[in-house]
Design a protein around this ligand. Structure first.
Ligand SMILES: C[S@@+](CC[C@H](N)C(=O)[O-])C[C@H]1O[C@@H](n2cnc3c(N)ncnc32)[C@H](O)[C@@H]1O
Length: 223
């Protein structure tokens, strides 16, 4: 084997080995210990590099976010998708960007203060937990979560809250990305969300990067 080919094999092999090891170790740690993504990861979450693998246009189309909607983004973090959602719902819509960590919301506020985002006036930042959403029953058109649900220790409780605040026929859209240490298989996610009273599951995308969309039924039973 020529030396240059050997070098390429060693370099690519080492990178793949490192990524595999990181994912395995991170996934094991996260099974044992759940905590919100540290705020210092905000710069990476909101990077163009990350969005090349998880494009906002796809997340928005798969989530069925449309003009005029009242959308709650749970676990908005540093706002990697929030500005895109705000532009998708437009001037007649509203985005409630909610996160448990004030430091994440501060990063989003700084992003919104930049000149290129001065056209956005329809986002409200809210510091709260997914367990206690500060909304009346049946008031929102859509609730979305990107790489959030499996970071929350009591997912069933969070889903029941999302169900409560959605209008009948409202949409819950959950987006997941394989490299996230908390990534769930599609079948696991669908079972969990339908177990909280949502129906009509539609999973769009692929194994690597998907959005699962659900509906709150018109006639809901109390769970
Ligand atoms: C991995 S980050 C993803 C952030 C953003 N959705 C994105 O895709 O860039 C998960 C976010 O969920 C938030 N989070 C975790 N548990 C939460 C909870 N119980 N209630 C509200 N937000 C929570 C974290 O603070 C963090 O900002």
């Amino acid at each position: 084997m020529p030396i240059w080919l050997l070098v390429i094999v060693i370099v690519f092999g080492s990178i793949l080995g490192f990524v595999f090891l990181w994912l395995t170790v991170a996934k094991i740690i996260r099974k044992l210990w759940r905590f919100p993504a540290p705020s210092y990861t905000g710069w990476f979450l909101d990077s163009g590099f990350r969005r090349t693998f998880q494009p906002p246009e796809k997340v928005i189309a798969r989530s069925d976010i449309n003009p005029g909607m009242k959308v709650l983004e749970i676990g908005c973090g540093s706002g990697a998708y929030t500005t895109f959602v705000a532009r998708a719902v437009g001037g007649k819509g509203r985005v409630y960007a909610l996160d448990i960590q004030p430091k994440m919301l501060r990063q989003l506020a700084a992003k919104l203060s930049k000149p290129e985002n001065q056209d956005i006036t329809n986002i409200k930042l809210i510091q709260a937990s997914a367990y206690e959403l500060p909304f009346e029953d049946s008031t929102l058109d859509l609730v979305c979560m990107v790489s959030v649900l499996y970071e929350i220790p009591d997912r069933h409780r969070a889903l029941l809250e999302a169900h409560r605040v959605l209008k009948p026929s409202g949409i819950l859209a959950v987006t997941e990305f394989f490299p996230d240490p908390d990534y769930p298989l599609r079948s696991t996610l669908v079972k969990q969300v339908t177990g909280a009273g949502f129906v009509d599951a539609k999973v769009l995308g692929n194994f690597w990067n998907y959005t699962a969309r659900f509906i709150k039924p018109k006639e809901s039973i109390c769970l």
